[in-house]
Write a protein that binds this ligand. Sequence first.
Ligand code: K7E
Ligand code: CUA
Ligand code: CA
Length: 639
Amino acid sequence: MSDKKNQTPGSVEEPRGVSRRSFLGTGAVTGAVLAGATALGAGTFTRESWAAAAKEAKSKVHVGPGELDEYYGFWSGGHQGEVRVLGVPSMRELMRIPVFNVDSATGWGLTNESKRILGDSAKYQNGDCHHPHISMTDGKYDGKYLFINDKANSRVARIRLDIMKCDKILTVPNVQAIHGLRLQKVPYTKYVFANAEFVIPHPNDGHTFDLQDKNSFTMFNAIDAEKMEMAFQVIVDGNLDNSDADYTGKYAASTCYNSEKAYDLGGMMRNERDWVVVFNIPRIEAAIKAGKFINLDGSKVPVVDGRKTDGKDSEFTRYIPVPKNPHGLNTSSDGKYFIANGKLSPTVSMIAIDRLDDLFADRFKDPREVIVAEPELGLGPLHTTFDGRGNAYTTLFIDSQVVKWNMDEAIRAYKGEKVNYIKQKLDVQYQPGHNHASLTETSEADGKWLVVLCKFSKDRFLPTGPLHPENDQLIDISGEEMKLVHDGPAFAEPHDCILARRDQIKTQKIWSRNDPFFAGTVELAKKDGINLETDNKVIRDGNKVRVYMTSMAPAYGLTEFTVKQGNEVTVTITNIDQIEDVSHGFVMTNHGASMEISPQQTSSITFTADKAGLHWYYCSWFCHALHMEMVGRMLVEKA
Ligand code: K7E
Ligand code: CUA
Ligand code: CA
C-alpha cells in the first residue's frame, strides 16, 4: 500500500524542501513565508494509491455490526467547545459531551444543574478546547476523570467518565488563554497543570499595553484535580505553550515560543532559540507550605516567582534553550525524555529527565547539557507520540507527514555515530497538528494505533462549501511500517485526542438517585417537601412557580398545569424508568426550554411564562411506541 517515496529509509537528510528549511532557519521568517510553505506541503499522492490503500485498510478497521471497539477515544471539539467520544478503530462517534458550549439536546447551558456547574462562566456560550487528558494513578489511566482546557475563556473543565458529563468548571484567575494542559501522572493525578499562553500586565486594569515591563508576565497553573480549585501559580519568563509531566511526580515542563515577550510575528520569531521551562513541583510545594508566596491582583491563590533575577535562576524553575518557537511538549512513555517539538526548526529536542536533578543542583555550566539529542526530522514538527517500543512519531505540519524515528538511535547520532534514526515518513492529508498513539501518555503505551489530526482536508471528502472539515486519520502502527487506514472528517477543530483501552473506562448504565450531578436540585425539592419519585405537584411561591413531575414511558406525571403570565416557572422532572436506554426529554414549545432526563435522573429548567395562552410540552427523546403522545399542556393565564 505504501508509496515508496514516503519511506525515506534511514535518511537523515530531508529529500525535498531544503531551501524551505534554510528559509526557516533564518531569523527573518515572516508570516507570509510560513503561509507560503504551508501551501506547498505534500500533495504527492494519486487517486490510485489511495484506492489500493483503502482496500487493505478495510479489514483492519472493520468493526462489524454489533461488535465493540477496542479503545475509547476522547476528542477535543476545538472551538466548538465540546468533547466527543469515539470508538477506535472504527472511528464511530459514540457520544458528545457538552462542556463550554450550549447543547440543545441535553440542555447543557440551559438546565439548572448545568448552570450550577458553569457558575459565573455560564455567561460565556463559547469555548475553545484543545487538550483532553485522562486522570492517572501510577502512570496508568484510572478512568476517573477527563480534563480539558478552554483557551477562549481561560477555563479548565472536568468530566466524570462514569457518567460522561462535565461536573466541574474552574476559571483560572489573573491569566489569559489556558492552552497547554497536562496531568500529574505519578503517584496520581493530584494536579492538573495548565499553561496560560498570553503575557498580560498585572494588575491588568487598562494602564498599559507594555509587555516588556517586569509586571507583565504569564503564569503556570496547578489545579487541585479532586477539588477543582487553584493550588498554586508560578510566574514565568516569556510565554507558555504546551506542557507535560514526568513519571516521578517531581517535574513538569512547558514550551515557550515567545521568549521575546513580543506582540507581533516578527518579534515572536526574533530569537533563534526560545526555551523549555521545567518546574520543580516539590520545591514549589515546600515554599507554599512555608508561607513563602504572594497573592496577586486580589486573588487568594498562592503565587511563586519562577522568573530569573539578573540572569540567576529561581529555585522553582530552570530554562533550557531550544530552537525556535517550540510547540508540543511530550514525555516519552518510557519516562526518560521530555521532547520539545521545534515548529520553526526542523528538529525536536530530547531532554533527559534523569539529568534534571543535576540541573536543579546547578551542576551544569550550560542548561543544554540535559539535551541528549536534537534529531532533524523535517519541516514544522509540532507533536510527538510513542509506541512503547522505543520509537517516536512526530507530525510535520509543513511537510504534511508523520515521521517515525527511533529515540536511542537519535541519541547515538547526536554523539556522532553514523546512524539512521528515521524509520519512515508517511504522507498525511494534510498539515497535521497533534498525533496520538494508543495509551501513549502512560507507561502502558501499546503501539497499536496512531491518530493524526490534520488541519486541512482539501479534497478528501465531498465538498461542504467554503468551510471544510478537518481530517482525523487513523494509522496502524502495530507493524514495522505505518499504514494509513481511515479518514475521518471532523468539525472545527479537534486539536488533540486521547485513547484508552475499553476496560479502563467504566460507565454507569442508569443514574444513581443520589448522584451529586443533580443533588442541588434534589435539595431544593426537599425544601418544597417533594418526593421526587412519586409526587406530581405545583408549588406557588409569589411570582415563582415550581412544577414537579415524574416521567415514565410514555407519559409525564403531570399532563397539565396553569401559571400566570410573567411567572418564573421551574419544571423539575424525575425519570422513574429503571430501564437502560429509556431517556426522556422535556421541551416547552416556544420557550427555549429543552432537556434530557435519563433513567433515574432528575433534571430541571427555568423559564419565564411571558406569553398568555396554551403551550404544549413534549418528550424529545423517542422513548416508546407512544412517544409522540408523551405530551402535556401549560396554560398561561393573562396577567
Ligand atoms: Cu493546536 Cu496542542 Cu492547542 Cu498543537 S495545540 S496543533
Ligand atoms: Cu418520553 Cu419520548
Ligand atoms: Ca520566539
